[in-house]
Ligand binder design. Sequence first.
Ligand SMILES: [Zn+2]
Length: 485
Amino acid sequence: MTTRNLLHFLIFLSFLTISLSPIELSSEEGLPLQDPVLDYIFYNGTVITMEANQPYADAVAVMGNIISAVGSEVEAFQYSNSETKLIDLKGQTLVPGFIDSHSHWIGDRGLTNITDFNDVMQSLVSYGWTSISELFVNQDRLNELQAVDNENLLKVRVNCYLPLGYGFDRFGDWYQAYTPGYEYSPRLRIAGVKLFADGWYREPVIFINQSEMYQLVQETHDLGFQIAIHSVIPNATDIVLNAYSAVIGNNTNSSRHRIEHLVLLRNDQIQRLADLGILGCIQLPWFNSDWNDRIEPVIGRDWAVLVGRWRDLLTKGVHLMGSTDYPYVLGDIRTPIGIMASAITRIGTLNQTPVDFMYNQTISPEQALRSLTIDGAYGTFQENIKGSIRFGKLADLVILSENPLDIAETEIRNIEVVLTMIDGKIEYIKLDNPETSINSPTTTIGHSDQTTSNPPTSSVTSLTLFPILITLAIFWRTVRTRNWK
Ligand SMILES: [Zn+2]
């Protein structure tokens, strides 16, 4: 049966179910659909949804691994029962799980102080990361990721970018054994390929000439891969933009090809990125005041003013994904909150004042949050299943101690991650009191000195439409998940 036929059948089944159902249904009365039991309700706090038509909500319900209600507390509690776990936000803030769009958390963990795989997973969820993109997954690393995924050891969702080479080395066509967009599991996916145009701004080296770049971009584009190209200096970015321009032509950038880092950019390049619709992946912990002595003294004023032009990119409408590039981070800033604070203030760990050309490119808290949530999801064709808090999306959620959009910018760095949920499962909880149990019917998260509201009681028992909507949402998500490139 094709997916379209299956969808029609499901819709038909839904109407049949509605028309045959009595008004009041209990779980024993023969519905083929599962009795809807809400697993979690988050209430009594601020919900930042990252959805334009409903930016804030009071409560969120989760059923299985899906967000099943976003709205008022009355709406969220409508389908709760005695088994539903109630999570009192106590005035704290619920946000979509954070997405690190460019990192090497797993592949290069050997360079860090956390080398054990399971420790890396635990660290990630404690920081609030729910998805990461690994930008250098070679054959050995892919083998390892598949192995840990098979053992259900991946806690965060991982998108893999397969490198075609590194520096002047070329790795051949090994990547062609893999299918773009292929999902090994909900936690492991092939996202695209990775190319390198150059090295770093200090002693810059360009690794590829224009004709080879044309050829590699055309080849991987024709195979349906999203392409991510490391490019730092303007001469390298020209080569990348020329190649992307050749495959995009007068069309839109429907493959969502992207450029990693974009460290130095001329005005004309920012315009060209916008015109071609190329996505930019930036590293939010970079170019803060810890870098004061590392840019202008090295490359001079004329070039320094071209570094880290994130505000200019956003002003021109370039789609930016935020990331850490961990462990390639000065000052070891590795949390979503830490890197947001850095990008918003450009103040580093040494607390110095950023030099003018860095301070002039600070971005807003809202822009930083977008880059780490819904815009990050867009960067991997997953904006329909995650990156915002919306009915039917995956339950990847984080509780923050404060609202980053409603606090002094210099205080953002002090916000704490209180709880991380991935796929409807609580993977991390910050315990104020070690006696606190996440399994108790009423789970209390946060500081006891804040006010607590009583959850509204539910009197609704008619559950006819709800399971059908959930079934359709889950089905829809599956179709969307399987069909992207
Ligand atoms: Zn990297």
